[in-house]
Design a protein around this ligand. Structure first.
Ligand code: AMP
Length: 214
């Protein structure tokens, strides 16, 4: 199963990907997580990415494309992968196609998690994650257990100001990628409003139990 999870920031891509990788036994490849890892490790790529990420801007295509194409060529992706947060621009989508064609493999599905803009700011600014387990919580919608509340962290780009910028970028740069997949019959639209369990059921319904996109 080779699939992409696409949707605005705060749509629940990371949460759903974490659930889906167990079902389909494929690696979860999050461009955002990889970039945050590079920032933390202080690599050259991380230093470049940090400036853009803090401001809620997209990291330049030439930085992200190489990183993801190299990642999906790794042996653990030979049977499939779940891309989360990539592609985010038309050049990224085109580069992915070229790489898949060269490897003689095809995408099975592109799941679009749809959440209206007015719900996004609330979702993003309340988001917190546990640095020890990677679990994502929400102060209102998925409150953390009291005993770990003190160690939770907020992403630098989960502020209201950066959130607005990220939403703008989504509409300007990423939304145009959607018709590209719709025309090829790969797009599965899923309502992303509701509890994580409800949304997971909807995604599983469009993907099918064996990962056969329907
Ligand atoms: P995410 O965790 O997917 O919300 O990504 C966090 C931030 O990482 C984004 O706001 C961008 O600055 C950067 N980023 C992640 N994926 C991409 C991508 N495919 N293209 C460009 N920038 C990206």
């Amino acid at each position: 199963m080779r699939m992409i999870l696409i949707g605005p920031p705060g749509a629940g891509k990371g949460t759903q990907a974490a659930n889906l990788v167990n079902t389909y036994a494929i690696p979860h490849i999050s461009s955002g997580d990889m970039l945050r890892g590079a920032v933390k490790a202080g690599t050259e790529l991380g230093k470049t990415a940090d400036r853009y990420m803090k401001a809620g801007d997209l990291v330049p295509d030439e930085v992200v494309i190489g990183m993801i194409i190299e990642r999906i060529a790794a042996p653990d992706c030979s049977k499939g992968f779940m891309l989360d947060g990539f592609p985010r621009t038309q050049p990224q989508a085109a580069a992915l196609d070229t790489a898949l064609k060269a490897a003689n493999v095809e995408l099975d599905a592109v799941v679009l998690l749809e959440v209206p803009d007015e719900l996004i700011v609330d979702r993003i600014t309340g988001r917190r994650s546990d640095p020890e387990t990677g679990t994502i919580y929400h102060l209102k919608f998925k409150p953390p257990p009291a005993e770990i509340a003190d160690r939770l962290v907020q992403r630098k780009d989960d502020t209201a100001a950066a959130c607005e910028a990220r939403l703008d970028k989504y509409h300007r740069d990423t939304a145009p990628v959607i018709p590209y997949y719709a025309e090829r019959g790969l797009l599965r639209r899923v309502d992303g409003v509701g509890s994580p369990d409800e949304v997971l059921l909807r995604i599983s319904a469009v993907l099918g139990p064996q990962g056969q996109a329907s």
